[in-house]
Write a protein of this length. Structure first.
Length: 134
């Protein structure tokens, strides 16, 4: 069995240059739900990479890596083959999206659809390989 996981794209998040006294209740109300959804997605990806044989996927973080370096003797013990496609938007891409409608990448910005289609096609052309899907 092959499991193909296609993400909707990730936007770098975090507190940036904010100090503790700049993170009020409004800041937390806006950022915590997004952070929780992102962490759940990363956790599910990590589980699939651990129990499956990951043939394609970006590095999850600087400590864990991509979990793609499985010894050949271990591959047969894995439960399934796994590939993960998910684009991490660069700052210049986020800036480009801000010119599409009402202020950039958001779930309710329908004017962003052509931009996302172009980005998805470009990502697929650069990352999706037929050999990974066999």
């Amino acid at each position: 069995m092959i499991l193909v996981s296609i993400g909707t794209g990730r936007i770098p998040s975090g507190i940036g240059a904010r100090r503790g006294d700049q993170m009020n209740m409004l800041f937390h109300a806006q950022t915590i739900p997004i952070a929780m959804m992102d962490s759940i997605s990363l956790q599910q990806d990590m589980i699939c990479r651990t129990i499956g044989f990951c043939k394609a996927g970006e590095q999850t973080d600087s400590e864990v890596g991509s979990l793609r370096d499985v010894p050949p003797t271990e591959i047969a013990k894995r439960k399934f083959t796994y590939v993960r496609y998910d684009h991490l938007y660069k700052p210049e891409e986020i800036e480009s999206a801000s010119h599409c409608g009402k202020g950039g990448i958001s779930l309710d910005n329908l004017l962003l659809i052509p931009f996302l289609q172009r980005m998805g096609a470009k990502y697929a052309e650069e990352h999706v390989q037929a050999d990974d899907l066999i």
